[in-house]
Ligand binder design. Structure first.
Ligand code: UDP
Length: 453
């Protein structure tokens, strides 16, 4: 019924892994608020939809989840320890046909054709589907403009970096990349398996995005201006509309009492640790980190993705209970806004970086895959409000040095000031008439009017 009355029907295709679907939905919610007469159909796998649309939180009934096939063989059981990329590979074998089938079903079921297609930017095939439907294609990039640029310019990077070049070769042939090294580029740009499913997807994305009516990103204009300008010259419209965490706050779930616990600590004293929604570091690195925490005096709050009994040293939680708190999930955004947090030990996921900027908290990075190394190096050498670990992994010495540097030195205080400057710029971007708000208005125009094509 709602579909029949709606002024437009907008189909959204989300990527069901990592922290992709949630930020996409947050932008869709904003679009829905700006454009309440439209219906949005949010297409993703059942598993992802059931966590992105938790029961009871569904305020927006003009955004409806629809399930697409996840590509998994009959009887497949999720075992992320076996190979976390396996479900991704199966899923990528099922695209784009699973989405095309879902669109056909959606149109048949609702009686409403599609007026605009919004996809995660990963889905290069959105360009063809939108052409077939004769509607505009809008791509939403949920990571950093710089990571997008490295996929957009993969051919260029491959031309300039030989297979035998050392991994620490600087990318000084390109403006704004002189302090970035070959090893920092995302997997599959100039190193790694070019034929693996995700690198193939991202490379095709880079080649196809110029066809999008608009490419929107979860960032703000001032954060990486030179790169943002290069992207603007490549796409019909490149629109930074974030940081989305400053615009639409997600519901706070503090069932483990993290915020009360932070209240009991001195300003800028607590080490907050989280490696995102997917990663648990390997056992020897967890061992080194627990040793550092045990031997130092820093209070710590750890959002630990794993089995505390099996994966932490026996007795560690008890021995450190006077200064440490370990939880399975934390209200990260709120934690980073709390004045007690002094440093964020992170894997360098883009949402984590934006949230750390919004809280004004300097960072220490242990990057693992995808864009995390590029993010680490960018924060460390260009923006200057965080540190990569010496040697790149969580050893006892490197971790101690990084924490001491940020929490106990004058240079560490300067890092806090630097991230404070970014914080101000981020808040400025989302104020009325701020760049992200103006860009968002342009995005609404593209989504609602065909003549923007
Ligand atoms: N997050 C959270 N609580 C936790 C751990 C993570 O709320 O205990 C959220 C965090 O605020 C961020 C997201 O999960 O929004 C992680 O996203 P990011 O891009 O940093 O990493 P990914 O999960 O994609 O690896």
């Amino acid at each position: 019924e709602k579909y029949k009355k709606a002024s437009k029907h907008i189909a959204v295709m989300a990527f069901p892994f990592g922290t992709h679907a949630a930020p996409l939905l947050s932008i869709i919610r904003r679009l829905s608020e700006a454009f309440p007469a439209a219906m949005f159909s949010f297409l993703c796998t059942e598993r992802s939809n059931s966590s992105t649309f938790p029961k009871g939180h569904q305020k927006h009934d003009s955004i409806k989840p629809f399930n697409v096939w996840d590509g998994l063989p009959e009887g497949y059981t999720y075992c992320l320890k076996r190979n976390p990329h396996e479900p991704v590979d199966y899923f990528l074998q099922a695209v784009p046909q699973n989405f095309k089938d879902a669109v056909d079903e959606l149109v048949a079921e609702t009686g409403r054709p599609i007026d605009c297609l919004i996809t995660d930017a990963f889905y290069y095939f959105g360009a063809d589907i939108a052409d077939e439907l004769k509607v505009p294609w809008v791509a939403l990039w949920t990571a950093s403009p710089r990571a997008l640029f490295s996929h957009a310019e993969t051919e260029f990077f491959r031309r300039h970096v030989g297979i035998n070049d050392p991994v620490d070769k600087p990318l000084d042939f390109l403006q704004g990349f002189a302090s970035i090294r070959v090893a920092d580029l995302p997997d599959g740009v100039v190193r790694g398996n070019f034929d693996a499913s995700v690198p193939v997807l991202l490379n095709k994305m880079g080649l196809t995005l110029p066809r999008a009516a608009a490419v929107a990103a979860n960032s703000y204009e001032d954060l990486d201006n030179a790169v943002v300008n290069m992207l603007k010259s490549r796409y019909k419209r490149f629109l930074n509309v974030g940081p989305s965490n400053l615009i639409s706050a997600s519901p706070i779930d503090d069932r483990h009492g993290c915020l009360d616990w932070l209240e009991r600590h001195e300003p800028a004293s607590v080490v907050y640790i989280s490696f995102g929604s997917v990663i648990t570091p390997p056992p020897h690195e967890i061992g080194a980190l627990t040793q550092v925490l045990e031997e130092s005096n820093f209070p710590f709050l750890w959002s630990f993705r794993g089995d505390v009994e099996k994966q932490l040293p026996p007795g560690f939680p008890k021995r450190t209970s006077s200064k440490g708190k370990i939880v399975p999930w934390a209200p990260q955004q709120k934690i980073l806004e709390h004045p007690s947090v002094g440093v964020f030990v992170s894997h360098g996921g883009w949402n984590s970086i934006l949230e750390s900027i919004s809280g004004g908290v300097p960072m220490v990075f242990r990057p693992f895959f995808g864009d995390q190394k590029l993010n680490t190096r960018t924060v460390e050498t260009i923006w200057g409000f965080g540190l990569g670990l010496e040697g790149g992994t969580l050893t006892k010495e490197a971790t101690t040095n990084a924490l001491n540097f940020i929490l106990s030195t004058e240079e560490g205080k300067k890092m806090r000031q630097k991230v404070g400057v970014q914080k101000e710029l981020a808040y400025k971007a989302v104020q009325p008439n701020g760049s992200s708000i103006e860009n968002f208005k342009t995005l609404v125009g593209v989504v609602t009017c065909h003549h923007y094509l």
